[in-house]
Design a protein around this ligand. Sequence first.
Ligand code: SAM
Length: 238
Amino acid sequence: MNYLKANKIDPNLIKNSIMGPNPAKLLEELMNRFPLEAGQTIMDLGCGQGVTSIMLVKEYALRVFAVDLWISASENWQRFVTQGLTNQQIVPIHEDAHTLPFAENFFDAVVSIDSYHYFGLDKAYLGKHLLPLVKPGGWILLVVPGFHHDIHADIPEEMLTSWSAEDLDTIHDAVYWRDVIEATKGIEIVSIEEMESNEECWQDWLKTENEYAVIDRAAMNAGAGKYFNFISIALKKK
Ligand SMILES: C[S@@+](CC[C@H](N)C(=O)[O-])C[C@H]1O[C@@H](n2cnc3c(N)ncnc32)[C@H](O)[C@@H]1O
């Protein structure tokens, strides 16, 4: 894929602030497939250090509420200001995905890159905590790390050079995710599919000096990459 927008993002921001396989490239593939309209109000849920939030403002002209649990609002705000953004364009929020402080029917869309698997595997989560905040007709657009086929019953040895079985607990295939999502009423499942972006996103991540990237290198160098993909989940609120 040719990442026209992700490649415009400040390379130092990518190098220092991504928290997993290049989320800017994952976001670009998602947005190519499911475009949002400039000016819409969206939540970037589990935004981490805000790389995708910055891209959603700069490259897609969206108004963004950037929500994360592990990264403080002050830290993200400083990064947003450094990137030239204003509080009219972006609002950092330090909050858990289970206690989102927003009005019902507030968002045109929710985007979440590489974080929904931490809380969304609970079948009750979507209907209880997220769906009410989206306008009827609005989108929920998710990217989760996945497997081509679930391998929990027999984890390949190369995986265990970097991760324990427990570390891989939240990684599943598209069939598994469909079962999770189908438990929620009031949505149209537009698609749940494997993405094209994978290899290049991993390479960008493994090149960083993030301590988790350093841990991931052993398994990926041993060939664990062939089991992984990313899965996009596109839902419309009825
Ligand atoms: C692997 S990082 C990805 C961050 C960012 N999207 C990126 O790709 O660089 C996962 C993110 O999920 C967030 N997260 C995990 N559990 C969460 C929860 N219960 N509520 C909100 N965010 C959560 C973490 O704070 C973390 O920043």
